[in-house]
Ligand binder design. Structure first.
Ligand SMILES: [Zn+2]
Length: 304
């Protein structure tokens, strides 16, 4: 239904403590290495993700630069790693190109897409936590890339993910869609926002809907979740029915919000007045779920 939910790796957390075993796995002919550049673009080839192997690298970089992601749950001898390289120092072969991960979503298939999302989120976390949050000293990479440790004050930092709610709000048969001014022309989506400290996911959803649209909603129902590595979130999806349909864009975050109906969504999509979020995102899946409950097949009007 959507991407990043089919991770087939055994994260093999017990092995992270053994630098010798990790070094041997990195050098294995079965290793799968995902490379990102310093702009978080992922290395692609014409038919999808470029997965390199230790034997194809001129020099295996220092194993401390690599994050051990785990091994295939189908083959314990197939270890997966990721690393960031400086693209000005990395020589591309004729069929390799760096690609924006978000734009490449349609061409990276599952289950690999889930592993790429996991890799991207970890690499981003490292780039944002080079120094200790307590004393400011330089923090070292530990546990094969799954921790950072401060040698000055003994503080350990663990990878973080930022929870954000995303919610399909309906009123009778209508679905609420909205857009921010910075989005591409005619792009609309369901509402979303970050969870604040001290909030449950459900109350974050109630608050965000009120702040962004002025709507009061009935208690939201959980739909599904999706890791979203742009840069390091997890989206927690909900469905909720509004108590009224009077829109008021209270916090000015949205440029426009509109109720769409099962009767008019087809024509809006056909004539280009409405463009939906990327296929593979939970936002697209929430809209598709609403369409399915009204026996509408969105693929009639959009090209996935
Ligand atoms: Zn410290």
């Amino acid at each position: 239904m959507f991407k990043f939910n089919h991770n087939f790796l055994d994260r093999d957390s017990l092995s992270r403590t053994d630098p010798v075993a990790i070094k041997n796995r990195l050098a294995s002919t079965k290793s799968k290495l995902i490379l990102f550049n310093n702009r978080y673009q992922v290395l692609m080839q014409p038919d999808g993700l470029h997965l390199t192997n230790a034997k194809h690298l001129a020099n295996i970089p220092d194993s401390k630069q690599w994050i051990y992601l785990g091994h295939s749950e189908f083959d314990p001898d197939e270890p997966w790693f990721c690393a960031r390289v400086n693209d000005s120092e990395f020589e591309l072969s004729h069929h390799q190109q760096w690609h924006d991960l978000r734009l490449s979503l349609p061409s990276i298939t599952e289950p690999t897409a889930s592993i790429v999302a996991y890799a991207k989120a970890l690499l981003y976390w490292h780039s944002q936590h080079k120094h200790c949050g307590k004393c400011g000293a330089k923090a070292e990479v530990h546990m094969s890339g799954h921790e950072r440790h401060c040698p000055a004050c003994d503080h350990t930092m663990y990878p973080r993910t930022d929870p954000a709610i995303i919610i399909a709000v309906t009123y009778n048969e209508q679905l609420l869609l909205a857009r921010q001014a910075s989005w591409p022309k005619a792009r609309y989506s369901v509402l979303a926002g970050f969870v604040e400290p001290g909030e449950s996911f459900e109350h974050a959803a109630i608050r965000e809907v009120k702040e962004e649209s002025g709507l009061d909603i009935h208690f939201p129902k959980y739909f599904a979740s999706q890791p979203w590595p742009f840069p390091c979130s997890i989206m927690i999806g909900f469905l909720a029915e509004a108590k009224h349909q009077n829109l008021a864009l209270l916090d000015q975050e949205l440029e426009h919000a509109v109720w769409v109906s099962p009767e008019n969504i087809g024509s809006l999509l056909s004539n280009g007045e409405l463009k939906l979020p990327t296929y593979g995102s939970i936002s697209h899946a929430l809209i598709e779920h609403w369409a399915n409950t009204h026996q509408l097949n969105l693929s009639r009007w959009i090209d996935n």
